[in-house]
Structure formats: C-alpha cells, structure tokens
Design a protein. Structure first.
Ligand SMILES: Nc1ncnc2c1ncn2[C@@H]1O[C@H](COP(=O)(O)OP(=O)(O)OP(=O)(O)O)[C@@H](O)[C@H]1O
Ligand SMILES: [Mg+2]
Lengths: 269, 312
C-alpha cells in the first residue's frame, strides 16, 4: 500500500516566487511519446497539496496525455512510453515496484464525457470501494460522497434508479461522487465541464472550491475564465512544451512569456 | 471543395420542382422487396396451417393427454403408443448437455477475445471460429461417431455406440462458435469509457471484465446463448448420427436416445404412407417443436428486454 505520509516539503522557485506549498506530486522532466512521437516534452512542474492546479493550452498540446500519465491510464493505450519522473509522495509512479492499480486507488479521475456505469446510482458510488475491500457501511459512504458532490438532495429518493436516468450534469457530478467515494489523494479532471451547461458548470466549480480542503485537484480546461476563477496554479502547454507554470493570478495578469499572454488574452493563432 | 464546382451544380440542377417524375427503378426495387416479404409471410402461414391441420387429424385419433404425458413412444409398431415425453426428453438432454458445455466455454472464449487477446490473435481466432460455425452439421455427426465416441468409450467402456453424451458434446462444439463470436461482438460493443471509468477506480482487469463489461453486454451475451440453444434444439443430423434413434426416457447420458427432430427425419426417410396415423405423428411432433421454439423465442425476447443495460 502506498502511503500519503512523508510527502516531501519541496521548496522550488516558481515564476520568481518561492513555492512554499507542500508538493504532493512532482512532475520532473517528463516526456510522453506515442509510438516514438513525443506528445509531451520534458515537462516539469509541481502539484501542490490541497490546491487546484489547472492545465491549459490549445487542442492537441498534450494536456490529456500528461493528465492520464499521472494515474497510469496511459497504460491502456498501445505504444505509449513515459520518460522522466512522476513522483507521488516520493514514489515514482512508473517505477517497477509500483502497482498501477494501487496508484489509481490513490489518484482518482473524472473524464470529459460523463461515464456512469449502467447500474443504479447507489451502485455507481459503492462499486469502487466495494471491489477494493471496503468493509464499512455503504449507505453512509454513498450519502457522504453524494453530499460532497452536491448531488444528494437531487437523488436521495431515487438511489436505486439507473444512473443513466440522470441529466448530463447530474451524471458528471455522480462521476465526481464515484471518484470521491474512493477518498483519493489527488483528483484528476479532464475537461469535466465541457459537456455541461453554464449552471451545471458553476455547480461543479463551487464544488471544486469545497473539495480543495480535502483533496488535491488537477484540472484540464479549455475555459480560460474557469482556470482563472478556480485554480491556484496554472500550467500552460503548447505543442507538448511547458511554456509557463505559475500562480494563476500572475500567469493570467502578468505572464512572463509572450506566448502565454497571447493565449490567455485570446490573441492566439 | 472548390466554389466553381458548386456553381456548376446549381446551373445543372433542374429547378422545376413541380414536375413530378416517376422513378421506375425505385418502384421496381420497392415492389420486389415487398414481394419477397410477402413470400416469407405466406410461407410461414402455410406451414402453420399444414402443421395445425395434420395435428388436428392426429389428435382425433390420439387423446392429447396420452401424447403430452405418455412415457412410451412406439408409433410405428403394434401395439402402438404415442407418448411424446421420451422424444422431448431426448431433445432436452442434448440441449442441456450442449449448453452445459458450450455456454461457459463460449463465454470464456468471448471474454478472452474481447478483453485480453491482442488484435493479432483476435484477427486469427475470429475467422477460424466463423469457419467452424459454417461446417455442415453432418460432419459433426461423423466426428462424433468416429472420434468422440471411441475416445469416450476408452474412458467409459459401458458407453453405448450411440449415446446422448457424445451427441451433446458435438452439438456443444457446434454451437460454441455462435456463442463465442456473438458474445465477443456484444462485449466489444461496450463503450471503452466504462472500462476506463472502472480502471480509474482502482479495479483490476478481472474486476473490470466480470463486474462492468459482462454485465453491460449481458443482453447481447444472453441473446447469443438463446440463439445457440435454439440451434441445439433444432439440430438433427449430428444428433441422429451420434445418439442414434431410440426413444428413451432414462436419466442417463450413456445410452442411445432420440430427439424430436431425429424422429421426424427417421420417419420422413422411411416409406410411411401419407395420411396414416404414423404419417400424422410427424406433424404432431413438428407442431410441438414449433410451439416449444416459439415459446423460447418469446421468453428470450422478454428476458432481453428485462436485461437490457443501455450504456449510452
Ligand atoms: N492514442 C493516441 N495515439 C497516438 N497519438 C495520440 C493518441 N492520443 C493523443 N495523441 C496525440 O498526442 C497529442 C496530444 O494529445 P492530447 O489528447 O493529449 O491533447 P489535448 O491537449 O488533450 O487536446 P484536447 O484539448 O483537444 O483534448 C496529439 O497530437 C494527439 O494527436
Ligand atoms: Mg484532451
């Protein structure tokens, strides 16, 4: 079992500022290739514990590739190679002693398109913990997870109906609840709001603010305002290169790179 | 697309939309399709009519209770008796035995093909299975008689030359490709996003397969079972060759039996005169078989609609 203890207290210089947060995941010189073609090139930046880090950049720049490498979801794609180090609390996620299943138990993921299981709402939540040997009360767990995902009030009377009877926004919150039920250390989210209307989106944004207290969140988004509103740190990728990483306010208002400025102000080719 | 081309198209197009053209080609295709549909409906209706008419004649001579509940089937010799249970039993024995063998093996093959096999392995195994499904059933019958039975008799000397066991085994082998290929299709149709969602929760591939993929593809998997079972019920040649033609109501796989279809073949090939009671038994048995498969189909439709887990 991996522990979430002894996460090193890294002190790094980020955009000229001292990075004083506790680093839960350190991305160090990571290159990810599909059949030899690099999609992410020598990217390094830290993920701060109990903060929201957003990854932004134009389509195809490698955001999803990088995100999926963190919990080894890339393992299921033929021909992917990962070089460099992704250290999660001091363990290299890709070292041969690490069980990828164990990594995914600790680092959860929410996908772009809601993908609830074709089972009941209740079973969607309890599924992960139960297969991982959860022995406590699943009733409590289901309620707690649904409350955390701000879905409880809407579904408490229909827990045993199919999850597919929910609206798209509710399904996405269910998927968040499902991930939270595993009590992960880190929650990875790949454009979780892209299929949602503005109201559902703001629900989820509010939710992320609250979740920060207990979870570390890494979110990929195409929505600049969203990144600026919700995240503490932002990484800007372009064609597989990390152009800039920094405190969100600073990256959006006083970027140190011209290309970042062009992108965040919308003057991007 | 270049803009000059679309301008040409506009000039070429006939803009008089009031002119109604009769498209003869389309009309002919439509009519011939309708004709084909009519032919199959009419054929079915005629078959049902003949089955019903001849069975009526049969049931004027034989009391229905004697037919449905009688335990002895001696239609061609005196004193005759017309209890269909031994034939029904033979059919059930073969079907049950075949399903017992083919369902687990077929499902396991499907799971292997869809979830574990490399695309290369799959591209070899799948066509082989499809070829197996196309082998004439009489070949399976000889396979049973000349290979399976001798092999079994080395293990079980008390086994008769014609026996239900080897019939059930070859029918099982015969329906295995149906189950494997159709279930494989059903499992592969399960969206990858569900697998990903399960893996992201820390599931192992075994858990993903057994607890997400198979349940999500269950309606297709069940459909493959039911189709295979219907084939086993209707199977004739392989069973006749392997299991012989002895109506038998005993609870054993070791002896010769006779199924309903095997009886029909036996009598049709003999010189039974048309119109007699022996001739009418054919239709009574066929009608009974027809009703059984009809019920099976209705039940399977119902099961499918109950089990359908929609995943989109
Ligand atoms: N399975 C794959 N096989 C081969 N190449 C891939 C695969 N997935 C992604 N790529 C390539 O890797 C690069 C990065 O893709 P990725 O999906 O990470 O981009 P992204 O930043 O998430 O884009 P988007 O914003 O459109 O989701 C792209 O050039 C893409 O073509
Ligand atoms: Mg992406």
């Amino acid at each position: 079992m991996m522990t979430n203890q002894n996460c090193a207290q890294n002190l790094e210089l980020v955009s000229g500022q001292l990075f004083t947060d506790e680093v839960i995941l350190d991305i160090d010189d990571v290159t990810i290739s599909y059949s030899g073609n690099p999609a992410v090139k020598s990217v390094s930046f830290p993920i701060a514990k109990n903060k929201i880090t957003s990854i932004i950049g134009p389509s195809g720049c490698g955001k999803s590739t990088l995100l999926r490498s963190i919990n080894r979801m890339n393992d299921f794609v033929e021909g992917v190679t990962v070089q460099g180090q992704l250290s999660y609390c001091g363990h290299d996620v890709y070292s041969s002693e690490i069980d990828p299943v164990e990594v995914r138990r600790n680092i959860g993921m929410v996908f772009q398109k809601p993908n609830p299981f074709p089972k009941t709402i209740y079973k969607n939540i309890s599924w992960g913990p139960v297969i991982n040997g959860y022995k406590g009360s699943t009733d409590e767990l289901v309620e707690k997870s649904l409350r955390q995902a701000a879905l409880w009030e809407e579904v408490k009377d229909r827990l045993h109906e199919s999850a597919l009877s929910l609206s798209g926004g509710q399904q996405q919150r269910l998927c968040i609840a499902r991930a939270l039920a595993m009590e992960p250390d880190i929650l990875l989210m790949d454009e979780p709001c892209s299929a949602l209307d503005p109201i559902s989106t703001s629900h989820i944004e509010d939710l992320l603010f609250e979740l920060k207290a207990r979870y570390t969140i890494v979110i990929v988004t195409h929505n600049m305002q969203q990144a600026a509103r919700i995240s503490d740190y932002t990484a800007f990728l372009e064609m597989g290169d990390l152009i800039e990483f920094g405190v969100t306010d600073q990256l959006f208002t006083r970027p140190s790179q011209r290309r970042t400025e062009e992108y965040v102000t919308g003057r991007f080719g | 697309m270049s803009s000059s081309k679309s301008v040409d198209m506009q000039q070429m197009r006939d803009i008089d939309i009031t002119k109604k053209k009769v498209r003869w080609g389309e009309w002919m295709i439509e009519s011939s399709l309708a004709l084909c549909a009519t032919i199959s409906v009419v054929t079915t209706a005629v078959i049902i009519f003949i089955l019903a008419k001849e069975s009526m004649g049969f049931f004027q001579v034989v009391v229905p209770a004697d037919f449905f509940f009688g335990t002895s089937w001696v239609p061609l010799l005196e004193p005759s008796s017309y209890g269909v249970l031994p034939l029904l039993w033979g059919t059930l024995l073969i079907t049950f035995g075949a399903a017992l063998f083919a369902i687990p093996t077929g499902l396991a093959s499907a799971i292997y093909l869809s979830e574990y096999a490399s695309p290369r392995t799959r591209s070899i195994v799948k066509p082989v299975l499809e070829v197996l499904a196309g082998i004439p059933t009489v070949v399976y019958g000889y396979f049973a008689l000349t290979f399976v039975t001798p092999l079994l008799r080395m293990l079980m000397p008390e086994l008769q030359v014609f026996n239900a066991l080897s019939g059930a085994i070859v029918v099982g082998i015969m329906i295995l490709p149906t189950i494997a290929t159709l279930s494989d299709n059903a499992l592969r149709a399960v969206p990858d996003s569900l697998r990903q969602g399960a893996y992201a929760l820390g599931a192992t591939s075994y858990e993903v397969t057994t607890r997400v993929v198979v349940p999500a593809g269950l309606s297709g998997v069940m459909a493959s079972f039911l189709l295979a079972i219907s084939r086993a019920i209707g199977e004739t040649m392989a069973v006749t060759l392997a299991a012989g033609a002895t109506p038998n109501l005993s609870f054993t796989f070791l002896e010769s039996i006779q199924t309903m279809t095997a009886y029909i073949v036996q009598v049709s090939m003999g010189d039974t005169p048309a119109g007699g009671i022996a001739y009418q038994t054919l239709f009574a048995v066929a009608a009974f078989l027809f009703v059984i498969t009809l019920i099976l189909n209705i039940v399977s439709q119902w099961i499918l609609s109950k089990f359908r887990e929609e995943y989109e």
